[in-house]
Design a protein around this ligand. Structure first.
Ligand SMILES: [Zn+2]
Length: 432
């Protein structure tokens, strides 16, 4: 993880703490959350009437009787699970349009404001962290939003962010849809040689990328690429991995077609995104190497329902209809080989749909507990946040989500989050 700018204030805080320690030995306020049912997402074990004791922004203890003297938040009618994590978010997306040229008509400031609004959607659905899976703007608004949340300037989930879509010219991440007789956009993210890859990966890192996002194959939402076709070469992806890992960053690869998935895995990427045409050999390779899968099942299904209603290009729609037939068998293979799977939404229609991947994972063959693990402990591990997030345990952030009912018997209750706490602060109160 990157250096936390808040640590710069540490000497000042220590000095303040030293000066006040004698006068107020118990100055940090403790509260407790009374959970009607508390789910241990590691084991699936449920504890009735548990109390999560919180000091500041972190969990101090989990006990089974009310701690004396603490203010208690009554969640006795609810099931409490850890804060959720979406590993495939595009926080600058505009949920009102799927038009291919919308990027060309949206400024970075407009996208940033949209991002602030989108972050509230994730937070109110219980997501206390997201990984931005890459954006088109060379000025990296996603990094500004990450810093805004970390400094408390805006509310939102904690953000781990990829930089550009590293893509070949004319590939899935080439946002320049203008005709050849128009001046090109000159986007820095289109790379056609191995050395070009070094340059854009270093640019992403220079300006603050936690992750590098590669376009290993074509995709669905753009009108021009072929999702079955490998785009970046294996050498290009291997270079990206070498440069990123040397700098302590991880690499995620958008990979739908079978050949591109395997090339990305051989190149050493940390996670395969979508994996929609995964075959037996590819699944076996991922299992052997410990490569993660973020399957993003629901967005493909949902985009079929949305159809052309949001200005989607019919060429993209045709691809969507074809590819959605492949995802079921591929996901079954992922389960058969026990791949490490994390939760990802990847839907421009962020409203409503952010919680619906849970249902898609279970319909695809996961147990409700496995789906819950995908969005908590698994996602936290993939993002190297597992020391701070992913379970309800002492020392971790007090990120808690309350739902009515039992997600272990009906996962769709996760679509109706009643209450959210992030870092010891209630960010979504119960409706009155
Ligand atoms: Zn995506």
């Amino acid at each position: 993880m990157r250096f936390d700018p808040r640590l710069r204030r540490l000497p000042v805080l220590c000095l303040f703490a030293c000066l006040t320690a004698q006068a107020q030995p118990n100055s940090s306020k403790e509260i407790a959350v009374h959970a009607g049912r508390l789910i241990d997402v590691r084991s699936g074990q449920v504890t009735k009437d548990a109390y999560v004791v919180i000091e500041g922004e972190r969990i101090k203890a989990v006990v089974t009787s009310a701690p004396k003297g603490d203010a208690v938040i009554d969640m006795s009618q609810y099931t409490i699970v850890p804060g959720l994590i979406d590993c495939h978010a595009h926080i600058l997306s505009n949920p009102t349009t799927q038009a291919a040229g919308s990027y060309l008509m949206t400024s970075a400031p407009q996208a940033t404001v949209r991002g602030v609004a989108n972050l509230q959607i994730w937070l109110s659905h219980g997501f206390t962290a997201v990984r931005d899976a890459g954006e088109e703007y060379p000025s990296y608004p996603q990094f500004a939003l990450r810093e805004g949340v970390a400094k408390g300037l805006i509310t939102g989930p904690r953000i781990v962010a990829a930089g550009s879509f590293v893509s070949v010219t004319g590939g899935h991440g080439d946002a320049d849809l203008l005709s050849p007789d128009k001046p090109g956009l000159g986007q820095p993210n289109t790379v056609d040689t191995v050395d070009d890859v070094s340059r854009i990966v270093r640019r992403d890192i220079k300006y603050g990328a936690d992750w590098i996002k590669l376009m290993a194959t074509g995709g669905v939402m753009d009108p021009i690429s072929d999702y079955r076709v490998q785009e970046l070469s294996e050498d290009q992806m291997a270079r990206a991995v070498e440069v990123a890992h040397r700098a302590g960053r991880k690499v995620m690869a958008h990979a739908e077609g079978t050949v591109g998935i395997k090339a990305a895995v051989r190149a050493g990427v940390d996670s395969i995104e979508h994996g929609t045409l995964l075959d037996d050999e590819g699944a076996q390779m991922m299992s052997q190497r410990g490569t993660w899968l973020v399957p993003t099942l629901y967005c493909f299904q949902h985009d079929i329902e949305t159809g052309l209603s949001k200005g989607r290009d019919p060429r993209s729609m045709d691809k969507g209809i074809e590819i959605v037939k492949q995802q079921g068998p591929a996901f079954k293979l992922a389960l058969k080989y026990h791949l490490k799977i994390a939760y990802g939404v990847d839907d421009a229609d962020v409203d409503e749909s952010v919680s619906k991947e849970f249902g898609a994972l279970v319909r695809g063959g996961m147990t409700p507990l496995e789906a819950l693990q995908a969005a908590t402990i698994n996602s936290a591990t993939l993002l190297s946040l597992d020391k701070d997030m992913g379970t309800i345990e002492p020392g971790k952030y007090a990120d808690l989500v309350a739902v009515s009912g039992d997600p272990l018997s009906d996962i769709t209750v996760m679509e109706h989050v009643s209450w959210v706490m992030k870092g010891g602060t209630v960010v979504k109160p119960l409706a009155k």
